[in-house]
Design a protein around this ligand. Structure first.
Ligand code: ADP
Ligand code: ADP
Ligand code: MG
Length: 665
């Protein structure tokens, strides 16, 4: 096949920029990346044939600026601009500017984006096209009394949505009339702040909701097809976490109804390119053909598009490029088929045990399972910066059946190792083992919230993790001739490590021939034999079961302390080998101090030394990535010291406020 363009520019960053570059290169198309100050060394810049600097680190100074991006395309001789998702991808003014510059926008027309850009207008349009929409009020009136009356008419619970919303922002579920006014005000504030538009609509909150969406594709010749559905019901705060295709429990009758509604929707706006029609589906019983309603259309390539690629064998980016150049759709509807089942899990730098706050930091170690498709925009050594979405990768698996694809996802997640920043990997691993989800029946968008405590629970540190941390932190070498005799002048080593601020006291005994014994733990001694160390990889045989254990330990030195991340089966545990001279200064008694929950800036302090405070009292606020988090007293007591000031940039874990020690009872 001929190539649609000679050169394209990708107006994005991260995994999606890398993803687009990959297909372009496979098609023989040259690529131009754009980058901000923060991304000069980023993977997408390294992969592209050329790269142009477009501005400062903040998205508003670079990836959201149409002018330097279009100028970069013109100077490098690119013929088309692929917008990825997010940033300028659904901005009709950008599409107009690209077209006026004589370039091709890889995506729908500005007109189609405008028609679907606001959720209220999109619902009206769909109603006219005969597509079922979620019942609610999506008119012009915005007075609180009027909307509250509409909510009563719709029937509680209702969902207030910012009409310009995206990424789950500007949405509030309201259970009872008494809460309506406050929820409205807060949705309006968030809509105004995030999208510059406070206008809302009010919808019936569908009980036991499943999020099922249809991938559509149109061309410039009036053709439109669908590429079946994706189920994105595993969500946290209205944001997708694990997606799959096809949807479990889907019936032929419902699929026919949903896909034909989706194609009708696409045709109603002469849609060209890749798009997604999102529906909410009644999941309170078996799926029914009359139990689905249009929510919104995303006029771009979707984050979770790989699951559709996996089950159809279509490269959606290749289709986007061909169609944008004017070619007809490569396949007709009857040529498209579902083969097997696929999952995608979104791996983020965020801390589930800390309210899922976004995390930043350097990826000291990053490795993926070779058994999965891993779409990523970062490598080992790269930083997760506070400026952009903290996604590390999407882990995608495909197999003949849902059970096999889910088992493959679990295995792939267990083989994914990230050190240096908190991630949701363990949470994803727990989710992939959830019974309701595995059964594929009766799960809905509330599953994560209902089970969140169990999903974020972290099993206690194992003796194996402690042993591996010690081996790595102490630089033990089983091949050294003296191993097992007198590595530290004694075969008996007193080990002091710190985990989550708690001291771990063990004895490490060299028993000869590459074997060690760890004693002093509550679960009894651990023996490892056949110890082999190859760079960060440590393998050994364990105890009576003679199981092969495998772990990666990554050591970085901060000040004089050595930080070890032990990675095993998708689980990461960070331990500290404190500088012996400091006498274990890194031990923190969390009942006596308030530490920074993440790296950020102190924006307020409402307490001072000498104050008596109640348990749970708000003592200040820290901000990171535009999110504010309260600093809260761990118990009642008297403040002895405040070791930070307003405006300070503090590291996650740093002690900020100390309380007087409690007198022993
Ligand atoms: P998807 O269904 O593809 O996950 P989302 O609505 O969650 O769609 O958005 C996809 C990505 O696009 C998000 O991860 C986010 O980075 C980005 N995004 C979505 N909406 C906006 C917006 N209004 N402004 C900036 N970025 C956005
Ligand atoms: P966004 O633009 O932020 O993606 P959506 O309208 O697509 O906003 O809604 C995001 C998520 O919120 C959906 O995936 C779904 O889980 C939930 N949701 C939206 N509308 C409803 C509804 N009427 N009833 C129940 N859940 C809903
Ligand atoms: Mg949506």
């Amino acid at each position: 096949m001929t190539k649609p363009f000679s050169k394209i520019l990708i107006a994005n960053r991260g995994e999606i920029a890398c993803r687009v570059i990959r297909s372009a290169h496979q098609m023989g198309i040259a690529t131009v990346a754009v980058y901000s100050d923060a991304d000069a060394g980023a993977l997408h810049v390294a992969l592209a044939g050329e790269a142009v600097h477009i501005g400062g680190a903040a998205a508003a100074d670079s990836y959201l600026r149409a002018d330097p991006i279009i100028a970069a395309a013109l100077t490098t001789g690119a013929e088309a601009i692929h917008p990825g998702y997010g940033f300028l991808s659904e901005n009709p003014e950008f599409v107009d500017a690209v077209t006026e510059a004589g370039l091709v926008f890889v995506g729908p027309s500005a007109q189609a984006i405008r028609a679907m850009g606001l959720k209220d207008a999109a619902k009206d349009l769909m109603t006219k096209a005969g597509v079922p929409v979620v019942p609610g009020y999506q008119g012009a009136r915005q007075e609180v009394d009027f909307l509250a009356e509409e909510a009563g008419r719709i029937g509680y619970p209702v969902l207030i949505k910012a009409r310009a919303g995206g990424g789950g922002k500007g949405m509030r579920k309201v259970e009872r009339p008494g809460d309506f006014a406050e929820a409205l005000a807060s949705a309006q504030r968030e809509g105004q702040a995030a999208f510059g538009d406070a206008h809302v609509l009010v919808e019936k909150f569908i009980a036991a909701p499943r999020h099922i969406e249809v991938q559509v594709f149109g061309d410039n010749h009036g053709n439109a097809v669908h590429l079946f559905e994706r189920d994105c019901s595993l969500q946290r705060r209205h944001q997708k976490v694990i997606e799959e295709a096809p949807a479990p429990g889907m019936t032929e009758a419902l699929r026919a109804a949903m896909t034909s509604a989706a194609v009708t929707a696409a045709k109603a706006i002469n849609y060209s390119g890749a798009g997604t029609i999102e529906f909410i589906v009644d999941g309170s019983g078996p799926l029914r053909p009359d139990g689905f309603w249009f929510m919104e259309m995303n006029t771009r390539l979707q984050v979770e598009h790989p699951v559709t690629e996996a089950i159809t064998g279509v490269d959606l980016v290749e289709w986007q490029l061909r169609v944008a150049a004017g070619a007809p759709l490569p396949l007709a509807q009857e040529d498209l088929q579902i083969r097997g089942h696929a999952f995608e899990a979104r791996l983020y730098a965020e801390d589930p045990s800390n309210g899922f706050l976004p995390a930043t930091g350097t990826l000291e170690h990053l490795s993926f399972s070779a058994t999965a498709r891993n779409d990523s925009g970062v490598r080992s050594g790269d930083a997760i910066s506070p400026f952009y979405d903290p996604m590390i990768a999407k882990v995608i698996t495909h197999a003949g059946s849902r059970a096999a694809a889910l088992a493959a996802l679990l295995a792939a997640l267990r083989g994914t190792h990230v050190a240096g920043t908190a991630t949701n990997a363990e949470f994803l691993t727990a989710l992939a083992q959830n019974r309701e989800f595995a059964n594929g029946q009766g799960f809905d968008t509330g599953l994560i919230e209902r089970n969140v405590e169990a999903l974020i629970a972290r099993p206690p540190l194992t003796e194996l993790q402690i042993a591996v941390a010690a081996i790595a932190a102490l630089g033990l070498d089983p091949d050294a001739p003296e191993f097992g005799f007198r590595l530290w002048g004694d075969a008996n080593h007193d080990l002091r490590l710190i985990h989550d601020g708690e001291l771990i006291d063990r004895q490490l005994i060299m028993t000869g021939n590459g074997a060690i014994r760890l004693t002093g733990g509550a679960t009894g001694p651990l023996s490892l034999t056949d110890l082999r160390i190859d760079g960060p990889a440590i393998t050994a045989r364990s105890g009576a079961t003679r199981q092969q254990v495998q772990a990666v330990a990554h050591v970085i030195t901060r000040k004089a302390d050595r930080l070890v991340s032990v990675l095993n089966d998708g689980v990461v545990r960070d331990l500290i080998l404190p500088d012996a001279r400091a006498g274990g200064a890194a031990v923190i008694d969390h009942s006596n101090v308030v530490t920074a929950p993440m790296t950020g800036t102190i924006i307020s302090l409402s307490a001072k030394a000498g104050d008596a405070v109640e348990a749970g009292a708000r003592l200040g606020v820290i901000e990171a990535m535009k999110m504010e988090t309260a600093l809260v007293a761990p118990r009642a007591g008297t403040i002895t010291a405040i070791t930070c000031a307003i405006g300070d940039a503090v590291e996650g874990g740093a002690v900020l406020i100390s309380l007087a020690e409690e007198a022993a009872a």
